[in-house]
Design a binder for this molecule. Structure first.
Ligand SMILES: C[S@@+](CC[C@H](N)C(=O)[O-])C[C@H]1O[C@@H](n2cnc3c(N)ncnc32)[C@H](O)[C@@H]1O
Length: 253
C-alpha cells in the first residue's frame, strides 16, 4: 500500500514538463473516445462467450486459473487488462503516436484492439504462445477489420529476437506475459537495442510478485532510463535525452 501514500495527484509536484503534460493528457484525461463504446461492446461479448479453450502454460503461471481449460468469459473477466488500463494505453498511444508497437501476451486480443485502434497508422505486433488464444485473437482482429496489427504465434523468447531484427525502431513496447524477474529483465534488455529517444516501454503487473517488483526497480533504475512512472497497475519508462535529471514518479490512477 506504500504506493498510494507516495502517489502524486493531478500532476502536482511533477517537475518534468514532458511528464506533467503526459499526466494531464493521459492519466488524468477524462475524455472518452468514440472507440471506447465499440471496445466496451467487444469486452461485453467476450464476457458472455462460454466457448472453452485449451491453453498451455507459457509463462510464470496464473494465480487465478488452474488446469488447462478456460472459458473465454473467465479469461475476459479475470485474465486480461481492465477497461481502465486498456483505456489508459489507448490514450497514451493517441497522445504519443508511436509508429511501431510490440505487445508480449495477446491473450484474447482485446488489448491488441485498443493498441491498434488508438492509431490506425501504427503497426502493432502482438505475440502469443497459446495456439488456441492466438487463433481466437486472430479471428477477433479480423472480425473488427483491423489491418494494422499482426498477431504472431510463438514463445516470446523464440519470436522476439527475430521481430526486433526486422523492425528499424521500437516506439512502444508493452510486456504483459511471463511475469518472472529473469524473463522481464531479458525482454527489457533485448528491446533496449531498438529504443529511440521517444520510446516508451510498459511493464504490466509490477506488483504481482516480489520478482516483478524487483524487475521494475532494476528497469526503472537502468542508466538509460531518464523518466519512470509507477502507475501501480503498470510501470512506464522513457529514454528522453532532454530530461537531464532522472525523474521517478508514482501516480494514482
Ligand atoms: C495477461 S495475458 C495478456 C493479456 C492481454 N495483454 C490483454 O490485456 O488483453 C498473458 C498472455 O501471455 C501469454 N504468455 C505468457 N508467457 C508467454 C511466453 N513465454 N511466450 C508466449 N506467450 C506467453 C499467455 O498465454 C497469456 O495469454
Amino acid at each position: 500500500m506504500s504506493h498510494f501514500f507516495s502517489a502524486k495527484r493531478k500532476g502536482h509536484a511533477v517537475h518534468s514538463p514532458f511528464a506533467y503534460k503526459l499526466c494531464e493528457e493521459v492519466f488524468y484525461n477524462t475524455n472518452s473516445f468514440y472507440d471506447f463504446e465499440t471496445l466496451k461492446e467487444v469486452r461485453l461479448s467476450l464476457a458472455r462467450n462460454k466457448t472453452e479453450l485449451v491453453i498451455g502454460d507459457f509463462g510464470a503461471g496464473s494465480k487465478t486459473f488452474k488446469g488447462n481449460k478456460r472459458k473465454v468469459s473467465d479469461i475476459a473477466s479475470k485474465g486480461i487488462s481492465s477497461s481502465l488500463q486498456s483505456e489508459l494505453l489507448y490514450k497514451l498511444i493517441n497522445y504519443l503516436r508511436p509508429a511501431t508497437i510490440i505487445e508480449l501476451g495477446t491473450s484474447l486480443g482485446l488489448n491488441t484492439l485498443y493498441l491498434s485502434m488508438a492509431n490506425s497508422r501504427a503497426k502493432v505486433y502482438s505475440i502469443e504462445g497459446s495456439e488456441s488464444l492466438f487463433e481466437f485473437a486472430t479471428s477477433l482482429s479480423a472480425k473488427n477489420k483491423l489491418t494494422n496489427c499482426e498477431i504472431i504465434h510463438g514463445k516470446f523468447d523464440a519470436v522476439l529476437p527475430g521481430l526486433l531484427n526486422k523492425i528499424n525502431s521500437l516506439d512502444l513496447f508493452y510486456v504483459d506475459g511471463n511475469h518472472t524477474y529473469e524473463a522481464t529483465l531479458n525482454y527489457f534488455n533485448m528491446a533496449l537495442e531498438k529504443r529511440n529517444t521517444d520510446s516508451v516501454f510498459i511493464f504490466d503487473d509490477i506488483y504481482w510478485s516480489e520478482g516483478m517488483t524487483r524487475a521494475w526497480n532494476d528497469i526503472s533504475n537502468n542508466a538509460k532510463v531518464t523518466l519512470s512512472i509507477d502507475a501501480f497497475y503498470f510501470g512506464l519508462v522513457f529514454f528522453k535525452t532532454e530530461v537531464k535529471e532522472k525523474v521517478h514518479l508514482k501516480i494514482l490512477v
